[in-house]
Design a protein around this ligand. Structure first.
Ligand code: WTA
Length: 682
């Protein structure tokens, strides 16, 4: 079944921007052979305050043997992201079009924002940022839930040329502090709190803690701007904090006095709505050079220290816009919904930048798939008549569990394109998505990409690509994937190896913030002349690419990347722990989960209390999503004579597979049997 090929629905294909494999191949070939021509035609759709010249359109070096790695697109051009996303849409008659339908955690809370209003709010907030002393190039940290003020804050940064660094609001205060420290953030934007399902999170308290930690390390966040969100939403018990219910705008008037125990520093903190009151609704855009930084987004690194992935202006704009248009085949009256949190790259490119660059109408969803009931996704699709729905395999798998009846209650016939991102999608989940959610007529785009790639790099196109469940299929325009073996030899035709890219596309990262050296060693050192993704892939006899998962020390838990080193270092900080080793174990819903081996210090016991403390520590230091599933006692670890932990063996122990392979290089072979004996049941 899984090898069956699914062809795009004829009606969808007929109307698609790219409607056949032949057209895809022609366009792809052109984009590779003559990137300047291909992308300069696309760039014409946008506004450039100053133009690039043909000979400067594209230059790069991927080969460390030839010198430093660099990637430049459209040198000499200048533009402004918010101008292209907002002013341009308003000017061409889309002012009254809805940019975002906001759907709250509670179904009673909803709101909407037109392009005109989004422009005004963005300008107002840009002026607020200026009044706080934010200048071009300054970093602004953002720690917010999925509310309308989040895209407004990001766009306001781009308006004045400030660099935003959004930190997922599920991270702990330590993680937030580390990121603000690294980027030397001047301002932090947050929210008093948020209801996630029936749980209340006081985000401002987490921010206070993080700002305190930053200060201890002698950097200071000068201002903290806080959205008063709790008073205007319905709490799970059915009452609002100030009695207001249902539909509301984004400019409520509250003096903030009825906030539930929100800590406050008069010199540093201010309320968003108070600052916005007198701010002007227009703000002249800062014209940014093509390669000026646009944003930093932190992603896990294999050493444990997060990497500040840096994206720049012009290339990111044209790539986000073009992938959005072709991969979702977005048409003017469509309603698009991406469920990803803006705190991840998917939310940056496919909730904010890509859709707005295309004048799209999107749903911005604050809640979870499970609240108030497990049918929330299907309910929202029906409510807004969503046409494109983009989510993650982990969400699909967790919703499959509840049975088909919850889905069948709703009319999902508006759907045309379904998207998947974050990890390989297993064929069972793919087929459920296809048959039940897409009623057998929607195309599924299994989009492979990374924080580093900025946008989709390997993906089907909905009107063109015959689909194989679980295959991300073919490269997007401008992308040249290759498979290499361990020695860096090219694998032609069928085979499996390291997935690398041969040349840059406009949307790829340019560097790691303030650490170009690490950028080069992480991505360009192993295979000279190629960008190394860290993922493995297989090419089948039809040329389809199948992503097989990470081949470095990274884990992918529910689509969240983290490194084993990151978790190990947190575990090892515990006073009872001598040594910790972490591996991934397959998990039916999360894709992978964390399996930890703990060697206690002399005289310390390994018991339930220690296990609970360790889980808590990981939650606090990284975030709840990183909590280990299994913590096993390991009186010793399988190590080579040189002391290197053999994670390959630990992975076998984690899944209970006695077939561990060669153990002759181990310093102490008996440890393997012992670890099998100590495996916790199930
Ligand atoms: C994995 C998320 C298989 C992969 C956009 C990659 C995928 C990492 C897919 C990046 C997919 C993402 N099929 N694996 N369609 N999409 N991945 O930076 O391991 O959060 O390297 O970006 O997710 O995760 P990141």
């Amino acid at each position: 079944m899984a090898d069956r090929i699914y062809y795009p629905n004829a009606e969808l294909a007929n109307n698609a921007y790219c409607n056949s494999m032949q057209q895809y191949k022609d366009m792809h070939e052109k984009s590779i052979k003559n990137p300047e021509l291909f992308w300069s035609e696309i760039a014409k759709q946008f506004y450039w305050e100053s133009q690039t010249s043909n000979d400067k359109f594209f230059s790069y070096n991927f080969d460390l043997n030839q010198g430093d790695v660099f990637i430049k697109w459209m040198e000499g051009a200048s533009t402004n992201l918010s101008f292209n996303l907002l002013d341009k849409n308003v000017k061409c008659g889309n002012g009254d079009k809805i940019a975002f339908y906001w759907e709250g955690n509670d179904p009673e809370d909803y709101s909407r924002l037109t392009y005109r209003k989004l422009l005004e709010e963005t300008c107002r907030f840009a002026n607020v940022l200026k009044s706080k002393g934010v200048q071009k190039g300054d970093r602004v940290a953002i720690y917010m839930p999925m509310i309308l003020e989040l895209p407004i804050a990001m766009l306001a940064c781009t308006r004045i040329g400030a660099v935003h660094s959004v930190v997922f609001a599920g991270y702990s205060s330590d993680a937030l502090a580390e990121r603000m420290m690294d980027s030397k953030a001047k301002v932090l934007i947050t929210t008093d709190g948020v209801w996630r399902g029936s749980k209340l999170l006081i985000l401002k308290a987490i921010c206070d803690d993080a700002m305190k930690k930053v200060k201890e390390k002698s950097h200071e966040v000068e201002s903290c701007i806080v959205v008063s969100h709790l008073r205007r939403v319905t709490s799970p018990q059915g009452s609002t904090l100030d009695g207001e219910k249902g539909k509301h705008g984004i400019n409520g008037s509250s003096n903030g006095n009825n906030e539930p125990n929100i800590p406050w520093d008069e010199d540093r903190d201010c309320w968003w709505h108070e600052e916005m009151e007198d701010a002007e609704a227009s703000c002249y855009p800062a014209w940014m050079a093509a390669e000026d930084p646009l944003f930093i987004l932190y992603t896990s690194g294999s050493t444990g220290k997060p990497k500040g992935v840096l994206h720049t202006t012009a290339g990111y704009l044209i790539y986000a816009a073009t992938t959005f248009k072709y991969v979702f085949d977005y048409k003017p009256n469509d309603i698009y919904w991406c469920t990803a949190d803006i705190g991840w790259i998917t939310g940056h490119t496919y909730v904010v930048y890509g859709p707005l660059a295309n004048g799209a109408t999107s749903v911005l969803f604050e809640g979870t798939p499970f609240y108030p009931e497990n049918d929330r996704f299907w309910k929202v699709i029906d409510k807004f008549k969503v046409t494109q729905f983009y989510t993650a395999p982990t969400a699909i798998r967790s919703l499959m569990k509840f049975g088909d009846d919850l889905v069948k209650k709703y009319d999902l016939s508006s759907l045309k394109v379904l998207g998947s991102v974050g990890e390989p999608i297993n064929s069972e989940a793919w087929l459920w998505f296809y048959n039940l959610i897409g009623h057998g007529k929607c195309s599924i785009v299994d989009t492979f990409w990374q924080t580093e790639t900025g946008g989709h790099v390997i993906t089907p196109l909905p009107g063109a690509t015959p689909m194989k469940p679980g295959s991300a299929s073919f490269p997007f325009f401008g992308v040249r994937p290759e498979l290499l073996d361990e020695d860096g030899k090219l694998i032609e035709g069928e085979g499996e190896g390291y997935l690398v890219f041969r040349q840059p596309w406009p949307g790829m990262m340019r560097s790691l913030y303030n650490n170009h050296e690490r950028f080069q060693t992480t991505y360009f050192d192993k295979f000279r002349g190629f960008y190394c993704t860290g993922d493995g892939a297989r090419r089948d006899s039809d040329g389809y690419l199948w992503i097989t998962g990470r081949i470095d020390d990274m884990l992918n838990v529910s689509g969240h990347l983290m490194s084993t080193a990151e978790v190990e270092s947190v575990l090892a900080e515990h006073p009872s722990v001598a040594e910790a080793a972490v591996v991934s174990k397959p998990h039916p819903v999360k894709g992978q989960c964390l399996y930890c081996f703990i060697t206690p210090n002399e005289g310390k016991t390994f018991d339930k209390t220690l296990q609970d403390e360790l889980k808590k520590k990981v939650r606090e230091k990284i975030g709840p999503f990183a909590q280990p599933d299994i913590i096993q006692h390991a009186p010793g670890l399988p190590k080579t004579r040189s002391g290197k932990i053999m994670r390959r063996i630990l992975r076998k122990i984690a899944i209970g597979d006695k077939n561990v392979g060669d153990t002759s290089t181990l310093a102490d072979e008996s440890i393997v049997d012992l670890l099998f004996q100590l495996r916790p049941q199930n």
